[in-house]
Write a protein that binds this ligand. Sequence first.
Ligand SMILES: [Zn+2]
Length: 265
Amino acid sequence: MSINQSTIKKLYGLSAGRCNICKRVLIEEDVQIGEMAHVIAKNPGGPRGADNLANDNRYENLILLCSIDHTIVDSKPNDYPVSRLHQIKNDHEAYVFNRLSNNRGYFEDLLALNTLFKYIPILELRGMAMELPSRISNRFEAKDMFDNFIRGNPHLYPFKDRQLDRKWCSVISNMEILDCWILGSINGLNLITISDMYNSDPIPQPCYNIYVNDERGYMALNKRYLSPEQIDYVSTEVHRIVQDFIYSHTDLVHYIRNNFNEIEW
Ligand SMILES: [Zn+2]
């Protein structure tokens, strides 16, 4: 009795057309080079043979292999007992299934990133951060947009890709620190430095109108009201958090470029 068509389709389908041992693709230029090996031999005298299970062509008794592994498995039945072959087959089919499941995660992350990048000018954030503290772009508000995105798309965040998630969190937390400084400097009466952010002591030299609107949608540092020493001091301090932000931003963009080819920036 030959192997029936539905069994062949099931075996090839669940194995993704690959050898269960070496993972080699078993179709080359339209030629099918796979072999459906018997776990328990067709003949009682064959490898792992058993009188009562001769000629068992059911799916459960078959494993898809390349010709090389088929030869090895059948010539070394002691190294490849029934239990080991079943284990190899189960592991391979689970491997195929998990790869497809992870692909679903990949497409969810891709959708999340493409949605986010419609609203967040991710590549421009680097240039905006480098202009601090001289100018603040009114488009430097990715943190708020990100919070809105999470509220509207709870199924897309956290990202399924853990590395992506970690790198994204790092950018957002560095951005929060920058946001905190920007808000303090624009809305406060005093020039906010990094140490001020973490220190509730009164700031010695109050000054007003630290930032003024310019005509191109930016807040510009109002240098007429600040001494050169104050400007230097703030620049030095802000430089540190800007560097942290740029480092994490570069890391994230690099990772996305390498791992999400279909991204629409
Ligand atoms: Zn193989």
